[in-house]
Ligand binder design. Structure first.
Ligand code: ASP
Ligand code: SER
Ligand code: ZN
Length: 583
């Protein structure tokens, strides 16, 4: 027999009907305005985004709403769990713009809008001439001329000084809004979505690095020898940042010739990349992206000569928390965008799965934000597997993959250096800036301390406080304290892949093909369709039978560790400082 509905539950039900409706309506208006501002940076669009941002906060952060949610949560034992989760989300949303302090919220919204505008309209220049971000990335992937590489890398850091003043303001304003509702700081507010404190999240990330450190040190050593040979240089202890093909050394592509996919994209178009990515999800039995996705998205680079400025970093948007789903990308036919397209469309299919009456708008998100990234990441990861690449015609059908080369490339581009960037540099730096109020005159020194200590990378020449190299990373500006989600997602994707490969596909985790398998689709759908209605630990355990664990990732790369050790025999491993205990 169903439990009788308590008076508190009835009161909560009435409250949440109104809040869900208002939330969804304001969410739509705000996303629409932010979308315009991100895809076409103009003063008019910035102004509209600021107004919409304020209206969004005025609803979500209204004192009446905060009071009622708190009063109801004081009786949580009399409420059903989904109600409790909705009320908690009401308070998390309110904490982003608490109208108990309207001046503070207005200042934050204005500063966020300005920062996004500066970020998205920044014009990079190489030797005085404009250069696009895709061109920067292409040069870093192809040039073997160290002087040119250094010039390109330095050009990519020019946005930092333009962004620093805004970030200095935002450090205070973001902490201020979070503190208004009793969170210690803005980092702590973001971790509340996990039910974790800042310290717990930092410790979790340190644990990821502790476990993966032996593998990373082997990869780092192999890479520094490889690159020293490529550039005709003595082998360094720390790898110079401009030697790596990624602006932040967050992934290390282009190091493994037999796994280099660039020749195979020569006859592909950007449109082919997008439609192939969508076909992947449809082949799993998931419903297609809505027709409006294809008319409203902004998937390709701004054509040369067109003065429009847009955000060049991939993203996917659930505009109305219903069927208006859009993606913002600058897809070109190459391996990197192929994977990014699968990643972004993964977010899109997650939106579709939880858009159903059983999931109220307040809970149309993932179990924690890392789950959204995890599903996106596993899609990107599946798209880089050899059998899939053969099936879609990137690699020829008779392609004989060098398995070690692909596994090595996998480690380098998909995850191992990435963990030391995500769990190390990004997480620690933002925790310092927000939780410990790191003074702005120490920002660049702290940044490079972490890049050196965690990643084993150094700048080509000392970088003083006139630079703000952290701010050259998109997320530092427009998605603050979000990066632990990518580290979580990386660990999660190996757990999900392990389950899919072993229990559903009966294929080796390192060489499996999800495409066309409806059971894989059903497995992912069961996770996605819950939205945020259940605790993430339960969702993970129900899906895989396991708690969060690096086990699957470590097992995946076991064969590589031995190979690397043989390659690196007799070579000095690592660098001097490393901030984690060896315990
Ligand atoms: N692919 C991008 C990244 O992960 C944006 C996203 O998360 O969708 O930063
Ligand atoms: N998409 C995220 C980034 O670009 C994580 O890979 O940083
Ligand atoms: Zn993502």
């Amino acid at each position: 027999m169903a439990a009788p509905v308590t008076p508190v539950q009835e009161r909560a039900d009435r409250f949440l009907v109104d809040v869900n409706a208002g939330y969804q309506a304001h969410y739509r208006v705000n996303s629409e305005a932010q979308w315009l501002a991100d895809t076409d940076v103009t003063p008019a669009h910035d102004a509209a985004a600021e107004v919409a941002g304020k209206a969004y906060a005025a609803f979500n952060g209204s004192p009446a709403l905060i009071t009622e949610a708190r009063e109801l949560l004081a009786h949580r034992a009399e409420l059903d769990p989904v109600t409790v989760r909705q009320l908690e989300h009401v308070l998390l949303n309110a904490a982003e713009g608490p109208m108990t302090n309207p001046d503070l919220v207005a200042a934050r919204v204005a500063a966020e809008t300005q920062q996004a505008s500066t970020l998205n309209s920044f014009e990079f220049k190489l030797h005085g001439k404009p250069i696009t971000v895709n061109e920067i990335d292409d040069l870093l992937q192809t040039s073997t001329d160290l002087a040119e590489r250094r010039a390109v890398w330095e050009a990519s850091k020019e946005s930092g000084p333009a962004l620093k003043p805004g970030l200095v303001k935002l450090q205070k304003l973001r902490n201020g809004v979070a503190q208004e509702l009793g969170h210690h700081d803005y980092f702590a507010l973001q971790m509340a979505a996990y039910g974790m404190t800042t310290d717990e999240m930092v410790r979790l990330n340190d644990e990821f690095m502790r476990v993966l450190r032996p593998l990373y040190l082997q990869l780092h050593t192999w890479t520094k020898y490889e690159l020293a040979k490529r550039y005709g240089q003595p082998v360094p202890k720390l790898i110079p940042a401009h030697w790596i093909a990624n602006r932040w050394a967050q992934e290390w592509p282009g190091l493994v010739a037999p796994a280099d996919l660039s020749p195979y994209f020569k006859d592909k178009s950007a449109e082919w990349v997008a439609t192939t990515a969508e076909q992947f999800f449809v082949s799993l039995g998931l419903p297609p992206l809505p027709a409006t996705f294809w008319t409203k998205s902004d998937l390709y680079p701004v054509p040369a000569g067109d003065p429009r400025k847009k955000n060049t970093h991939g993203s996917c948007w659930h505009i109305d928390l219903e069927n208006d789903i859009r993606s913002l990308q600058s897809i070109e036919p190459n391996a990197q965008w192929f994977q990014t397209a699968h990643h972004e469309f993964g977010h899109g299919h997650y939106f579709i799965a939880y858009t159903r009456p059983e999931v109220p708008p307040l809970l149309r998100g993932s179990a924690n934000p890392g789950f959204h990234e995890g599903i996106a990441e596993i899609s990107g990861f599946a798209s880089s597997q050899v059998p899939y690449l053969q099936m879609v015609g990137v690699l020829p059908a008779d392609f004989k993959a060098d398995e070690t080369a692909f596994l090595l490339n996998d480690a380098l581009i998909n995850c191992v250096p990435f963990i030391f960037w995500a769990s190390g540099t990004m997480t620690h730096w933002e925790a310092d800036v927000y939780a410990k109020n790191l003074p702005p005159d120490q920002w660049n020194a702290r940044w490079w301390q972490y890049v050196r200590d965690f990643q084993g990378i150094e700048p080509p020449a000392p970088r003083g406080e006139e630079w703000c190299d952290a701010a050259t990373k998109t997320h530092i500006n427009d998605t603050p304290c979000y990066y632990p989600n990518y580290a979580f997602a990386t660990i999660l994707k190996f757990q999900l892949n392990d389950y899919i490969a072993k229990k559903i596909l009966h294929q080796p985790p390192q060489r499996c093909n999800y495409a066309g398998n409806k059971e894989v689709g059903a497995f992912l759908k069961r996770i996605m369709e819950k939205g945020a209605t259940e605790d993430w630990r339960k969702v993970l355990r129900d899906a895989t039978g396991e708690d969060l664990s690096t086990r699957a990732m470590v097992e995946y790369f076991k064969p590589l560790q031995a190979w690397l050790q043989a390659q690196n025999k007799g070579r000095p491993i690592g660098w001097v400082s490393y901030p984690l205990s060896d315990g």
